[in-house]
Design a protein around this ligand. Structure first.
Ligand code: NAD
Length: 470
């Protein structure tokens, strides 16, 4: 990375007068500073992207794809550096989470480079030949969250570029540095202005979503912020892809094998310390299995090793920031006050950093905050049910609809039930597994549009019908 992390605008590193602290969540102490972009930096980034757009859009897709592959190679060559930075600012263990995230980012980049939109033939007869083409939109702005900053940046930037757009990205102010490094690496392989990065908090996000020079916003973050972006983007009818919050339910049918499903459910609920949009966040367990499964999950939670990201023994890191840590503590206290019983965890750890133990709580139900609200942290509520139709109704209640799952030894029965979940992805005997070929997005207020594969690519394109008269 450049000596001090810089913005990248029009292919140039740009220092700023103002800088803000970046906190290591394992210590709660600042370990670096980040340039703070201003309104002029944003205007310059958008203007550079607009200037670069006509040439980039006219560049053959094979050439654009070759640049994407070169970016994947360059990121791979510097992955140790990115992994360390990601782990330090985000908190996830280097060996597991951070290496996994950077590896997935490289894999996703290579897969995306292979996508090719096809021209669709609509009609070809004596009156006309009608074809459906897809054109790039122009300048795409990406706004990303702090939970998987490198991977989500790749999910936004690479398909936008492949489709022929130019990009301005703004990472979360909690985890900006790994994105600055990623953009520094990628922008060096692209014409000036094709990829730019600015920084800042909500006010910068607000300025981006209202900016008249931006044609589309791709946003991953919370539902309330998504609503603000949508309202603010109306001025020039920006296209939107919104990947928002989730409160995914899993339903465990009475014939599930507790020994088989327990470790899988544990991994899908607590991966990244629960800070994943499509993590399993509400576990509905049939009465007959409830105590056995909750007990096994609690055993696994107690055995987990929490620690700083640079300790090779650490399996799970801290909560990423103070505000989220306080929220997790609040949800745990509320659950206890309302009769919830923690079989594991339930209290923040003493000592430095934002460590909250992996926690399993029973005797909780719908109507309590820990069940109704997205925890986005390491607490799993286990909810007893008797009647599967009632469990399904509860799983489908609420404003979220990102993902959901059904677990059973009877795959056909589980598959039938999974299709009645109101959500963007329904898993059977799995949860939160994503593939670069399969569209991913939310139902209800978990989002608008999808990412990944050809369906995801189309979100960065405008349909153009070409009609040639005969
Ligand atoms: P957040 O909404 O607080 O912030 C996300 C980004 O938006 C940050 O870059 C932030 O600076 C920016 N922002 C804040 N206010 C803004 C405004 N008014 N206008 C424009 N931008 C603004 O979300 P977070 O706390 O960083 O991330 C956690 C949330 O993200 C959770 O709800 C989680 O479920 C969701 N998430 C969803 C997905 C998905 O794919 N559906 C993936 C990851 C995270």
């Amino acid at each position: 990375m450049t000596v001090e992390p810089c913005l990248i605008i029009d292919g140039q590193a740009r220092a700023t007068a103002a800088r803000f602290d970046v906190i290591n969540p394992a210590t709660g102490v600042a370990f670096a500073t980040c340039p703070q972009a201003g309104a002029e930096d944003l205007d310059d980034a958008v203007a550079a992207a607009r200037r670069a757009f006509p040439t980039w859009a006219a560049t053959p897709i094979e050439d654009r794809a070759a640049r994407l592959l070169a970016i994947a190679d360059a990121v791979e060559a510097r992955k140790a550096e990115i992994i360390r930075l990601l782990s330090t600012e985000q908190g996830k263990p280097m060996a597991g989470g951070a290496a996994g995230e950077v590896g997935a980012a490289i894999m996703w980049t290579r897969f995306t480079a292979g996508l090719r939109p096809e021209v669709e033939l609509i009609q070809d007869d004596a009156t006309a030949r009608i074809e459906l083409h897809r054109r790039p939109l122009g300048v795409v702005a990406s706004i990303t969250p702090w939970n998987h900053p490198v991977l989500i940046a790749v999910w936004h930037i690479l398909p936008a570029l492949l489709a022929g757009n130019c990009v301005v990205i703004k990472p979360s102010s909690y985890t900006p540095l790994s994105t600055l490094l990623l953009v520094e690496i990628a922008a060096a392989l692209l014409p000036p202005g094709v990829l730019n990065v600015v920084t800042g908090e909500g006010a910068m996000g607000q300025a981006i979503s209202g900016h008249p020079g931006i044609d589309k916003i791709v946003f991953t973050g919370s539902t309330p912020t998504g609503r603000r972006i949508m309202a603010n983007a109306a001025g020039n009818l920006k296209r939107l892809t919104l990947e928002l919050g989730g409160n995914d339910a899993a339903i465990i049918l009475p014939d599930a094998d507790v020994d088989v499903v327990a470790p899988k459910i544990f991994a899908k609920a607590f991966g990244n310390s629960g800070q994943t949009c499509a993590a399993l966040k509400r576990l509905y367990v049939h009465d007959s299995l409830h105590d056995a499964l909750a007990g096994k999950l609690a055993d696994l939670a107690r055995a987990a090793k929490l620690g700083p990201g640079d300790d090779p023994e650490s399996q799970f890191g801290p909560v990423q920031n103070r505000a989220q840590f306080d929220r997790v503590c609040e949800l745990a206290a509320d659950a206890k006050a309302r009769g919830g019983r923690f079989l594991a965890g339930g209290e923040p750890l003493s000592g430095p950093g934002y460590f909250f133990p992996l926690s399993v709580v029973v005797d909780v139900t719908d109507g309590m905050r820990v069940v109704d609200e997205e925890q986005f942290g390491p607490i799993l509520p286990v909810i007893r049910y008797h009647d599967v139709e009632d469990a399904l109704a509860r799983a489908n209640a609420g404003e979220n609809g990102l993902g959901g799952s059904v677990w059973s030894s009877d795959v056909a029965a589980a598959t039938a039930l999974a299709q009645r979940l109101i959500c963007g992805t329904a898993w059977v005997n799995d949860h939160a597994s994503l593939s670069p070929a399969a569209p991913f997005g939310g139902a209800k207020q978990s989002g608008i549009g999808v990412e990944f594969g050809l369906h995801g690519l189309q979100e960065y394109q405008q349909v153009q019908v070409l009609r040639v008269a005969r």
